[in-house]
Structure formats: C-alpha cells, structure tokens
Design a protein around this ligand. Structure first.
Ligand code: PLP
Length: 394
C-alpha cells in the first residue's frame, strides 16, 4: 500500500519546484535573437541580476550550471599559478577550489569542518600572515548545500578588509540568491556567482556572475581567459556576443517570469518567507532529535541556513527514510553527500515553497520515522505548526 498518488514533491535542494507560471512562460515559440524584444529581455535580466546581487557591477549570463559559472569566475580574473585561498565549510567551496587547481591555480584550503560555518577571525589571521599578498582570490560559499552551513559573508568581507588584504573576495550564492539577503557591494564582495535552479525557480542550465571594478582590473591581466567565459567578449553592443553565441531563449523566458514573481512577492518578503519556513523545519528537527538518532549537522543554530537543513542520522539508515518518503508518500528528500554520505538526509526549503509544501514534507518524514520504528521525539511537525501559527500573523 502506498499513499503517493498525485504530484511527487521534490524536497531536494535543486533543481527545486518550478512555479507553473515559469513552466508556462517557456511554452511559446523562440524569438528572433536579433529582435528588439530579445535585446530588451537580455537587458532587463542583466539589470535585474545586478540588483539581486545588490551590486553596481555588471552581470553575465552563461548557458551553464553552477560548475560552469565557477569556471567563468576563475577564468576571468586569474592567471596560471595565482594563489587562491578556499574557505571550507562543507563541500562546495572545495569543489570550486578543485576547479581552480585543475585550471592551474595554486590552491590552499583554510581548513574548516562539515559541522560549522567559516570563522571570520581565522580568515583574518591567515591573511595577515600573507605579508607579500601572494593570495589573489578568496573563495567562499554563502550557503553550503551539503553541510547546511550558512556563512556570514558580511563578517568575512570585513575580516578581509581588517587584514588590509587586496585579494578578490569571490562568493558562491547558488543556494541562497533570492532566498537570503546578499549585498555584494556593501559586503566587499568582488565577484559573485549563482545558478538558476534553486532560489531562482528556473530550470537548471543558466549560470550567473557579477563582477565589480576590482574584478575587472584583475580581468585585464588574467591569462586564464577563454572565449566562451570571457567578460570582454560579452561586452559591446552586439547582442549575439552577450551569450558568446545563440541565446538560451526559453530559459530566459523562464528566468524573466521567475524574477517577475520575486518582484511581485517583494524580495524582503521572500527572505522572510524562507526564514519562517526554515525555522519551521528546524523546530521539527529539534523535536525529532530528542530520540537521539536524528540531529542537526550544523552545531551552532545561527550557522544554519534558511534554505536547506542537513539532518544527521545515527544508528539508522537515512536511505531507508528517503526510500519510504519517496516510494510510499511521494516526497523526495535530499541525500547526504560528501562526508555525510550514508549519514544524513536533507530537507530543502528554498525557492517556490510554501507552508503546505514544508508541513507536508515534515509530516511525511514523521510518518517514515514512525513506520520504520526509528526513535524520535513525537510531534515535530506539530512544533513547526506551532511556530508558523505564532509567527505568521493573522
Ligand atoms: C552551493 C553550490 N554551489 C555550486 C553548486 C554546483 O552547481 P551545479 O550542480 O549547478 O553545477 C551547487 C550544487 O548543488 C551548490 O549547491
């Protein structure tokens, strides 16, 4: 017996649920890529992406996933042999650093661990020791989607300034843009990147990069540049060059609609929605944790992301919980990855999510825990309901 008829619900951290309006926006013929309508579409998106990153700098759209956008950031500002400092807080900054190393950079990892966010004081201390300013770029993620860590990018930006270090500060916002505040210019970020398939509610396949003047200065000297990623290639008046070739017309239709939806909701409201729903998930996990099997991967409450929660499982099989949720109830939970493979599952709460999606997901996890006889504190979903009832005002 199953209770899974109806639409399967993706509670994975990307690709996330796409709104019907976004899907429908793509259900139309392509545009002439040289038409005024197409030019206007591109201009409006580049403008709005810079606003989303909160920068006066320029934005670029790549036909690429997050890995592609990583490569875009690196190739535009680095030269072979440049030293890059990677700030560890899980899996994704490490992956970005591995791309840099493969491209010829000299990569050093500032050790963190999978249970906590980056410590700004440790960043400052490392940079103060780099008296010759060998480090040319610093890579960090705002949210690590594997560990569930939220990094305080503002505090890290201040630490870099306090050390008086000129390295470019480069930030991955793949799992946070449109969901949690991000202030590229105010927080001293020089290069930011993101992808379409999480908070931006658009199909996978678009990568975004924003760059300020300092990044552009480095760009002029960078020798890792290649034609597809190159910012200079994408400047100028010829629209075709903005994408280094044919525009991904339908993905742009989708993105336009998704950003329109974010504007209609109001970015601040979207951030608050993520905070409320993220906390609802955390209330439930805290209660389940009383059974001593489930727990938060991120030890410090302030370091837990509003977009994804990584739930550790000790003495039971997280895959069994995922299997039950999917096969019996139609909810797909995220799997534990990297160091947490086989030891965790993840609940995404990013993008096009509302209370029934989150409460339904929490309810299904609780059904799975009950059916599988996994010890857990009872009424976790109830704690989430209580939280929302008290905080989403009538
Ligand atoms: C924080 C973060 N950065 C980068 C990536 C890589 O993005 P993609 O899988 O689109 O290449 C991911 C993917 O989940 C991510 O979560």
């Amino acid at each position: 017996m199953t209770v899974r008829a109806g639409r399967e619900f993706l509670a994975i951290p990307g690709p996330t649920t796409m709104p019907d309006q976004v899907l429908q926006a793509m259900h139309r013929p392509a545009l002439d890529i040289y038409s005024a309508e197409m030019l206007e579409l591109t201009e409006s998106l580049l403008r709005d992406l810079s606003k989303l990153f909160a920068t006066m700098g320029k934005s670029y759209i790549y036909i690429a996933n997050g890995h592609g956008a990583w490569e875009a950031t690196l190739s535009n500002v680095l030269s072979r042999g440049d030293k890059v400092l990677v700030l560890e807080s899980g899996r994704f900054a490490i992956g970005w650093g591995q791309a840099a190393a493969a491209m010829g950079a000299d990569v050093e990892v500032l050790k963190g661990d999978w249970r906590r966010a980056i410590r700004p004081a440790e960043v400052e201390e490392r940079l103060r020791r780099d008296k010759e300013h060998k480090i040319k770029a610093i890579l960090a993620v705002q949210v690590d989607t594997a560990s569930g860590a939220y990094n305080d990018i503002e505090a890290i930006g201040k630490a870099i300034k306090a050390a008086g270090h000129p390295a470019l500060f480069m930030v991955d916002t793949v799992a946070s843009l449109g969901c949690m505040p991000f202030e590229m210019d105010k927080w001293y970020v020089d290069v930011a990147m993101s992808g379409s398939q999480k908070g931006l509610m658009t199909p996978p396949g678009l990568g975004f990069v924003a760059a300020n003047d300092r990044a552009w200065d480095a760009h002029k000297k960078a020798d890792l540049r290649t034609p597809y990623w190159d910012w200079t290639e994408r400047e100028g008046s010829e629209h075709y060059r903005k994408y280094a070739g044919t525009a991904p017309v339908h993905l742009l239709f989708a993105l336009r609609e998704a950003i329109n939806m974010l504007h209609a909701e109001g970015l601040e409201n979207a951030f608050e929605r993520h905070r409320l729903l993220g906390e609802a998930v955390r209330r439930a996990v805290a209660v389940w944790g009383e059974g001593q099997v489930l727990g938060f991967n991120i030890a410090e409450p302030a370091e837990r992301s509003n977009t994804v929660t990584t739930v550790t499982v000790k003495g039971a099989d997280p895959a069994a919980i995922q299997r039950y949720a999917k096969e019996k109830c139609g909810v797909v939970l995220g799997t534990g990855i990297g160091d947490l493979q086989g030891q965790a599952f993840r609940i995404a709460h990013m993008g096009h999510v509302n209370a029934p999606m989150i409460l339904g997901t929490l309810g299904v996890v609780e059904v799975a825990l009950t059916a599988l006889n996994i010890p857990h504190g009872k009424a976790g979903a109830d704690a989430a309901i209580q939280w929302l009832g008290e905080n989403v005002k009538a």
